[in-house]
Design a protein around this ligand. Sequence first.
Ligand code: BDR
Ligand code: CA
Length: 315
Amino acid sequence: MRRVIVDTDTAGDDTQALALSVLTDRLSVEAVTVVAGNVAFDRQVENAKYTLSLVDASDIPVYEGARSPLVKSHEHATEIHGEGGLGGDLFPETGIDSAEGFAPDEIVARCRESPGEVTLLCIGPLTNLALAHAREESLPELIDEVWVMGGAVECRGNVTPAAEFNVWADPDAAKRVVDAFDVTLVDWGLCLRTALGPDILDEIDAMDTDLADFFREVTTVVRERGEAGGLDGITQPDGLTAALLAYPELRERVESYPVAVDDREGLTRGYTSVDFEGVTGEPADTRVVEAADSEGFADAVLAMLRDRDPDAAFE
Ligand code: BDR
Ligand code: CA
């Protein structure tokens, strides 16, 4: 069982990543940290707590982190996830208290306490991790692995032509993290290539479970947009990243490259430059998941929504 902190800007696909991370026996989620990103910060905190309660995991502490990016300002992604982040109609008030402490401090404390044992699953902008690194320079040595949903590798961006949302939202933090840590990237292009197709969505529509209801709710807008935009199905960037971390058997090709983030304001803000040819002479220390088993991923999602048991897809 891999020990994990999930760092999230909890909205649509983050909720599915959280649910999967909690429900799989392959991961042990020790804390959830919330970072500015998809929607209003306090909504994200409630969305995280609500998701944990749905999977009977309200005992997992939720720490509040950075309420804004390091330097630049960003826009929310309510047009993707709905006002509030859960499809537009669901605004939970759980009454659950946040854990005491600032998320970046907690990341540092937990990694110091168990050197080399905690993995970070980052499914939002990278502000919390950058702040944690500013507090503890040797964090890269104290951490087990860092998995990041972010970047656009050999594909167009989803928030600007050049950039993917999580990197675009806080490019200063992303640059710091990619430069300092040996990150594994699950980029937007891979998410498009592993989208859940109409047949999978039909199967989910036919399910009568709490988790399938929740999935349908949080994917309302993204589904309408996908249909309008010509994507046959929907992406699940954060759920995919969680699944790739939990189930190594889903990783079909992982290569290491030098990766650099453009932190400048302007047209290419948040662009992830991947040096496929090794022309920069920089170290190839960023792992990029280039191909994944999309059927296996879909099976894990179906098993989770049907029986709360994503691991059943791998038995
Ligand atoms: C990423 O941006 C967010 O809207 C999603 O939650 C995901 O983390 C995809 O670009
Ligand atoms: Ca996210």
